[in-house]
Ligand binder design. Structure first.
Ligand code: EPU
Length: 422
């Protein structure tokens, strides 16, 4: 398995373009199951998870044609299988996103139950509760969610017990072709949920309120053809901003959106970064200064995202002062702590809180990625550290960061991929 090798302690400088958002592209591709008309998607990131969802839809009989720029034409006119096998779902939990669209259009779905995951148990009870309220009959048998709707799904009023991103997306997709009105209270407000709603509306759906905590879906008979450009990846954006901050550098990120990243931008300003923004770009300049430690708790959008927690912790490891980080979304999302400690980081864990006292310099070490965002934090730490850092098991990073070593090289980092055994 490949490793990333980083020779750190170089201030990053330059400009790069941000890719389309993984967590918008996945539900948008899955939602294409809702129409028999061809659709065209652009700004799809070239990522392992995207390849997985393409394979999954391909197995169902959907035709997906990619051009050289990774634009995708999807044609779901001949779906002949409603099955998402364990082999694929276990490699990507987001495969659960086919459940809502399959039930909504075909009244049938057989989707492997995603197992636990490195960052938490991650149940899907809220997805099932919502779909049952819409009339689906659901059994969990032999590790599979077996769902059937005898007649069309019926619109329903659903109050989510917990804010869930893919849960909100699954119910929203199921509601698009249901008869009558579906209302989701306590819905996730993440920009990716709103992007999915915008896409579905572009195909003729009637969804209002996406981006707020109450989403109303008026069922329509069918969706039409259309084209859609996926929104920029706010987590990739935040990761590269931290890459500049942790190395005391200066970068400009293009093709992105500052308005969907406010909590992170504010924390970076608190850390001492000078930030400027335009409609589709963000620049960050540390003016050569050491960052200051920041405190934060993760919470659903618009609060600080759990998907940026590990990267911001890497920044705290070399910052001036002590930063306190509380993770409230996932119960086991501190796997990067032990790896950062191997590079000299001073972090104490107390339950779901990490107390990090910044040191002047990390030192390069051999490290191992445990999940996607944890691996990003190790790369960031490696960029700041003196000496060589290796990050093993980088298949995790390839799930969510398009061309990471090319982009970092463009910013002046010394980083390369090497074949390894771990
Ligand atoms: N939860 C339940 N029951 C449910 C659903 C969720 O208890 O039925 C709990 C989860 O266990 C978790 C919390 O609710 O404690 C929030 O989980 P959520 O359902 O919102 O997470 P998700 O939809 O599975 C998406 C992203 C994650 C991101 C989370 C939180 C996608 C494909 N994935 O996951 O992204 O961390 O929302 O923002 O959109 C990543 O990109 O690295 C990543 C893990």
């Amino acid at each position: 398995m490949d490793k990333l090798i980083i020779n750190g302690n170089i201030p990053l400088q330059g400009e790069i373009r941000i890719s389309g958002a993984k967590n918008a592209a996945l539900p948008i591709i899955a939602a294409s199951l809702l129409t028999s008309a061809p659709v065209r998607l652009s700004n799809i990131p070239h990522l392992h998870d995207v390849t997985t969802i393409i394979s999954l839809l391909g197995q169902m009989g959907v035709s997906l044609t990619l051009d050289e720029r990774f634009n995708i034409e999807v044609n779901a006119s001949d779906v002949n299988c409603f099955h998402a096998p364990y082999e694929l779902v276990r490699t990507m939990r987001a495969s659960i996103l086919v459940l809502g669209p399959l039930l909504g259009r075909f009244g049938e779905a057989n989707v492997s139950l995603p197992g636990g995951c490195a960052i938490g148990t991650r149940p899907v009870d809220q997805h099932l509760k919502g779909l049952r309220a819409m009339g689906a009959e659901i059994e969990v048998e032999n590790g599979y969610i077996k769902a059937k709707a005898k007649k069309k799904l019926q619109g329903a009023t659903i109050v989510m017990d917990i804010i869930t991103v893919t849960g909100t997306e699954n119910i929203m997709m199921a509601g698009v072709l249901a008869s009558g009105q579906t209302i989701i209270h306590n819905a996730a407000r993440e920009p990716e949920v709103e992007d999915l709603a915008n896409y579905l509306n572009a195909l003729g759906a009637k969804i209002t309120g996406a981006g707020t905590s109450t989403i109303v879906i008026d069922g329509v008979k069918e969706l039409q053809s259309g084209s859609y450009q996926v929104l920029p990846d706010r987590i990739e954006t935040g990761t590269y901003l931290i890459a500049a901050a942790i190395t005391r550098g200066k970068v400009k990120l293009k093709n992105t959106r500052p308005d969907i990243l406010e909590s992170v931008l504010l924390k970076l300003e608190e850390a001492g970064a000078d930030i400027s923004t335009g409609a589709d770009w963000i620049s960050l300049d540390m003016k050569g200064n050491r960052p200051r430690a920041v405190n934060f708790s993760t919470a659903p959008f618009p609060a600080f995202p759990t998907d940026m927690q590990a990267q911001m912790m890497a920044l705290n490891t070399v910052a001036e002062g002590t930063g306190i980080i509380t993770e409230t979304i996932f119960e086991n999302r501190f796997m990067h702590v032990q790896e950062l400690q191997r590079m000299g980081a001073q972090i104490a864990l107390k339950g779901n809180t990490a107390i990090c006292t910044g040191i002047e310099h990390l030192t390069g070490a051999q490290t191992m990625a445990t999940d996607l965002r944890a691996s990003a934090s190790l790369v960031l730490a490696g960029l700041a550290a003196r000496g060589e850092t290796s990050v093993a098991r980088i298949y995790h990073i390839d799930r969510g960061y398009e061309c990471i070593e090319e982009k970092l090289t463009q910013l002046g980092a010394r980083i390369h991929r090497s074949p390894g055994n771990a």
